[in-house]
Design a protein around this ligand. Structure first.
Ligand code: NAD
Length: 358
């Protein structure tokens, strides 16, 4: 049966990098005889310009009907002064909540060829391969009530609510345990159970679930210590699972261990394995339109899409191997440029991956 892939280029460098990923997908489609079809739609600032809203109904309908979605990035200074309710980022949040994409998978892998790009010592990070599993549709970012109120004494007070229900914890726990089972068999659950009741419950449920995964070694760590350990000795981790806010912060820190945000893919999954795949970086308005953005994070996101939503592991492996080969050849976009390497444009990098696939 033909699988439908929706491509959402978005804003800034989004159209440049998704064009390269599409080229790579077309190449593996032909090589592996994949039964896939591609469609495109607007989201973010480009949708605001065309339709006045960041997530038009047509885009959400297409996303609901697709088997997987590949997104570039949204946002930019052009739309920064708009009301929060219709900013480009709302398009992304609308997709995540509209499609119930609660499970965010963010690998932080340091390609040995790029060990010098990290700000940490090569011996601390070389060979790094961590997967952070972040809950994406709950926790303090969505909890009610929220707002800014004025107290009786006239002082203003901002407030948010940190909530997780048992079912929300269990479904993200399942994603993390299953991922750990397929990797190194180690899962570290990150919480703040010494202070926050929500995370006392989180820890209890992870412990209960561990009984169903005897092949996975579960450990627990407070979030402050986890932040410290990520920069002190990151290779101690295999899979980490945590809530929305802690995951937001820790996954960015883990991303930077690898030196370039232009290399990092991500996946956001629903309960049935349908997902939206996107690079970890934003729309990079400072370099948009110059043809110098690194398309590899988006190309690697396409590989994750083939693996997690389409079960096309062979094609996914081939893309990842092609990326590694291109790095071996010494080809680098500006963000990962180092001495003795050949600097290439966004398009040349995409072409090189396609050539390496052939
Ligand atoms: P950013 O990730 O867009 O850029 C940070 C820095 O990294 C910039 O110097 C940029 O040039 C560089 N960079 C990012 N991606 C790169 C790539 N592929 N190749 C080479 N260099 C790259 O973050 P920002 O500047 O904080 O945000 C810019 C816009 O993106 C904002 O409007 C923000 O809201 C939006 N944003 C969107 C997403 C998303 O769509 N998922 C995520 C984060 C930020």
């Amino acid at each position: 049966m033909t699988k439908h892939i929706l491509i959402l280029p978005g804003d800034g460098i989004g159209p440049e990098i998704t064009a390269e990923a599409l080229k790579v997908l077309e190449c593996v489609k032909a090589r592996f005889g994949l039964a896939v079809e591609f469609d495109q739609a607007l989201v973010g600032g480009s949708a605001i310009d065309a339709h006045g809203v960041p997530l038009p109904d047509e885009t959400l309908d297409k996303a609901r009907g697709a088997d997987a979605i590949l997104l570039g990035a949204v946002g930019g200074p052009k739309w920064d002064s708009l009301d929060m309710a219709i900013r480009p980022e709302k398009g992304l949040l609308g997709l995540r909540s509209g499609l119930q994409l609660f499970g965010n998978l963010r690998p932080a892998i340091l390609y040995p060829q790029l060990a010098a790009a990290s700000t940490l010592k090569p011996e601390v990070v070389s060979g790094l391969d961590i997967l952070i599993v972040r809950e994406l549709t709950g926790g303090i970012y969505f909890g009610q009530p929220r707002g800014v109120r004025t107290l009786e004494n006239g002082e203003r007070q901002g407030y948010n609510t940190y909530v997780y229900s048992e079912s929300e914890i269990r479904r993200i726990g399942k994603v993390a345990f299953e991922a750990a089972r397929k990797r190194g068999g180690k899962l570290c659950s990150v919480d703040k159970a010494n202070v926050l009741e929500v995370t006392v419950l989180w820890r209890e449920i992870m412990q209960e679930m561990a009984k169903d995964y005897p092949d996975v070694e579960l450990s627990h760590m407070y979030v402050d210590n986890a932040a410290m350990q990520l920069v002190r000795a990151p290779k101690q981790f295999d899979v980490m699972v945590t809530g929305n806010m802690f995951g937001d912060i820790l996954s960015d820190a883990a991303a930077m261990l690898t030196g370039s945000i232009g290399m990092l893919p991500s996946a956001s999954l629903d309960e049935n394995g349908k997902g939206m795949y996107e690079p970890c970086h934003g729309s990079a308005p400072d370099i948009a339109g110059q043809g110098i953005a690194n398309p590899l994070a988006t190309i690697l996101s396409a590989a994750m899409m083939l693996r997690y939503s389409l079960a096309e592991n062979e094609a996914a492996d081939a893309i990842e191997a092609a990326v590694s080969r291109v790095l071996d050849q010494g080809l680098r976009t500006a963000d990962i440029q180092s001495e003795g390497c050949q600097r290439v444009s966004t398009r040349e990098m995409g072409d090189a991956v396609v050539a390496a696939l052939a």
